[in-house]
Design a protein around this ligand. Structure first.
Ligand SMILES: [Zn+2]
Length: 212
């Protein structure tokens, strides 16, 4: 059993129901791609699945596919978008949690945290999501993979038990800061789980770089 784990990040899946942000198309994947990655990952206790941005596809496409395969995942939701068109509602959060999924914070307005008001992004967003979910929020994922010492300090002070970045590569399962790799439409996902295939892995990393 490996002492390192791999964290994968999905974003939107399937038909695009809104205008995407610049770069977001790079990480929006088809339903077929999503399902094939889940099948490749199934049974790998060293691979963890996460979802960013709180798109409606989290409940409409991801949740049933995860349940069919007996898998769980963590969903990082943008608090300020709750209930907006094409995004999750408070009720969706509770449905995800009731189905055994974890909910985390992806901030208030989907801004790079290095340049953001951290009281709003780190503290207020957590409270808004806790209110919607009716349970504590203990994990966060940095939008655009943006963080620095000030951001990490604010996250620690706000009481997050685990923070996910987009730094790619493997992570030590118990560590507070967890690197993740974004899944794109192309590329062999098995190579992303295999540290002995750096060239393929590097190519997928570069493709995912613009949207993290
Ligand atoms: Zn995001």
């Amino acid at each position: 059993m490996s002492s390192r784990s791999i964290n994968f990040t999905f974003h939107g899946i399937g038909p695009q129901e809104r205008f995407l942000e610049p770069g977001e198309g790079t990480v929006w994947v088809s339903t077929e791609r999503f399902r094939s990655v889940l099948d490749a990952v199934k049974g790998r206790s060293d691979v963890r699945i996460t979802f960013d941005d709180g798109n409606r596809s989290d409940v409409e496409i991801a949740l049933p596919a995860l349940l069919e395969r007996g898998m769980t995942a963590t969903f990082f939701v943008v608090a300020g978008r709750l209930g907006s068109d094409a995004f999750l509602t408070a009720e969706d959060l509770r449905a995800l949690a009731a189905a055994g999924m974890r909910i985390g914070s992806h901030g208030m307005h989907h801004r790079p945290w290095r340049e953001a008001d951290l009281q709003e992004e780190v503290v207020t967003a957590k409270a808004v999501l806790e209110d919607a979910l009716g349970q504590p929020i203990t994990e966060a994922a940095c939008p655009f993979g943006s963080y620095d010492r000030r951001v990490l300090k604010a996250l620690k002070r706000a009481g997050y038990a685990r923070v996910y970045t987009s730094d790619r590569g493997s992570a030590a399962p118990g560590e507070w800061l967890q690197a993740r790799t974004s899944i794109t439409e192309a590329g062999d996902v098995r190579s992303l789980m295999d540290p002995s295939a750096p060239s393929l892995r590097r190519r997928a990393e570069l493709a995912a770089k613009r949207w993290r």
